[in-house]
Design a binder for this molecule. Structure first.
Ligand SMILES: *Cc1c(COP(=O)(O)O)cnc(C)c1O
Length: 386
C-alpha cells in the first residue's frame, strides 16, 4: 500500500511566512538600508509592542530566553549560597542559569494535572533548605509549561511570605493569561523566548524580559549591555552581551501583526483535539479563569509501551510527534550529582519521572487544518484501542 497522505509536522513555520513574506522582506530591507544592526529603532518599537500586548509596564529585548532568565537573576544578585527552586520537568535552560551564576537549583516535583510546579512539594523543599541552613532560599522559577500558566497567585504569595524572588519562565507561554492579567504582569519578572518554534518566534535567537518594576527594567537594560551606565564605556556592574538584534526585532514586529489571530487558532485547535481524543488519553486541561497559550499540545498515555504504540501508529501515517521531555532534569548527567548531593532534595520526584515516560506532543501550530487535527486524533484513538 502506498502512503498518499500529506506529512504533518509538529510545527510549520512556512505557512506563516507565506502570509507575511513581503512585509518581512520590506522590514529586513529597511534595516539593511539603515545599517543600524545593533540597538536600531525596531528594538524599541518591538519593546513597546510587547509591553502593549502583555500590559506589562516595561519590556526589554534580549538575545534569547536563556539570557532573559540570566539577566533577571543577575539583577537580583543571585549567586553562590543561594537556592533557586524550579520544576524538574522543564527545558534544561531553566536549571542551567542558576548553575552558571553559582547558585544551587533545587528541583521540585510537578502536578500531573497541569505539568507545572507542585506547590505542596515546593513548600516542603523550601522548609528542608531552611532546616538544613546551608543555602539561602532566594528565588522560585515558575515555568508555564507548554503554554499553561503556573499557579502564579500561589507562587507569588509564597515568595512574598518567604522574601523570595518570583521569576516567570514564560518561554513557552507568551500570550497566556491568568485572571484577566496576561503573563508579563505576574511575578517579579517574566522571561520570554523568541526561538523559532515558540508561540512568538523570530528567525534565530531572541528573547525579552517583561516587568512592572521600572528599577528592574533599567537594570536589565544595563545588564544586557555589559553593565554600562548612562555613557558608553562607563561600566557600573558586571553584565553581558545580551542584546536583541535589530533584524530579529524587525521580523518580530511583522509577526506581531498575526499573533492575536494565531492564539485564537491555537485555542480552536486545542478544543478540536480535546473533542476528537475524548477520554481515550489524558488531554491537557484549561485552568479556570486562565487562558492557555497552547505552545505545545501534549497528551498523556498510560505507560511507555502505549506511547511507543501511538508514536509508531502516527509515524506510519507520516504524522510527527515529539517528547517534551524524555528525561527529568534531576536525571540529566550534568545535574544529577548536584541533586543527589543536596540534603534538601530527596532524590525521588515521582510525577516528573512518570510524565517523562508517558507524555507525547502532537502537532500544534496556528495553521494546522481541522481535517488534519481530526485525522491525528483518530489515529491516536485507534492506536490506544480504548
Ligand atoms: C525555550 C525555552 C527556554 C530558553 O529559550 P531560548 O530562547 O532557547 O534560550 C527556557 N525555558 C523554557 C521553558 C523554554 O522552553
Amino acid at each position: 500500500m502506498t502512503v498518499t497522505t500529506r506529512p504533518i509536522g509538529l510545527f510549520d513555520m512556512a505557512a506563516q511566512q507565506a502570509l507575511i513574506r513581503a512585509d518581512i522582506d520590506r522590514r529586513i530591507a529597511s534595516v539593511l538600508d539603515s545599517g543600524r544592526f545593533v540597538n536600531g529603532p525596531e528594538v524599541g518599537e518591538l519593546e513597546a509592542a510587547l509591553a502593549g500586548f502583555s500590559g506589562a509596564a516595561h519590556a526589554v529585548g534580549v538575545s534569547s530566553g536563556t539570557d532573559a532568565l540570566q539577566i533577571a537573576m543577575m539583577a537580583e544578585g543571585i549567586g553562590r549560597g543561594d537556592a533557586v527552586f524550579l520544576p524538574a520537568f522543564t527545558y534544561t535552560a531553566t536549571a542551567e542559569v542558576p548553575l552558571v551564576l553559582g547558585a544551587t537549583p533545587i528541583f521540585v516535583d510537578v502536578e500531573e494535572a497541569s505539568f507545572n510546579i507542585d506547590l505542596a512539594d515546593l513548600r516542603r523543599r523550601i522548609a528542608l533548605v531552611e532546616a538544613e541552613g546551608r543555602l539561602r532560599p532566594r528565588a522560585v522559577i515558575g515555568v508555564d509549561l507548554f503554554g499553561r500558566p503556573a499557579d502564579w497567585p500561589a507562587i507569588e504569595a509564597l515568595c512574598a511570605e518567604k522574601g523570595m524572588f518570583a521569576l516567570d519562565d514564560a518561554a513557552q507561554a507568551f500570550g497566556a493569561s491568568l485572571g484577566n492579567k496576561r503573563l508579563g504582569r505576574w511575578a517579579g519578572a517574566t522571561a520570554l523566548s523568541f526561538y523559532p518554534t515558540k508561540t512568538l518566534g523570530c528567525y534565530g535567537d531572541g528573547g525579552a524580559l517583561l516587568t512592572e518594576d521600572a528599577d528592574r527594567a533599567a537594570l536589565y537594560r544595563q545588564l544586557r549591555t555589559h553593565g554600562e551606565g548612562g555613557s558608553r564605556y562607563e561600566v557600573l556592574r558586571t553584565g553581558m552581551n545580551g542584546r536583541l538584534d535589530t533584524l530579529q526585532a524587525a521580523i518580530l514586529l511583522s509577526k506581531m501583526t498575526l499573533f492575536e489571530s494565531e492564539l485564537a487558532a491555537r485555542r480552536a485547535i486545542a478544543a478540536r483535539y480535546a473533542e476528537g481524543l475524548g477520554t481515550a488519553v489524558g488531554v491537557p486541561s484549561e485552568m479556570a479563569g486562565a487562558e492557555h497559550a497552547w505552545g505545545i499540545y501534549s497528551i498523556l498515555l498510560k505507560d511507555a509501551a502505549e506511547r511507543d504504540r501511538v508514536r509508531a501508529a502516527l509515524s506510519a501515517e507520516t504524522i510527527s510527534s515529539g517528547i517534551y521531555y524524555p528525561k527529568p532534569l534531576h536525571h540529566q548527567p550534568a545535574y544529577a550529582p548536584g541533586h543527589a548531593a543536596s540534603l534538601a532534595a530527596p532524590p525521588a520526584l515521582p510525577v516528573a519521572e512518570s510524565l517523562c515516560d508517558r507524555i507525547l506532543a502532537l502537532p500544534m501550530h496556528p495553521y494546522l487544518r481541522m481535517g488534519d487535527v481530526d485525522r491525528i486524533a483518530e489515529a491516536v484513538v485507534a492506536a490506544v484501542g480504548r
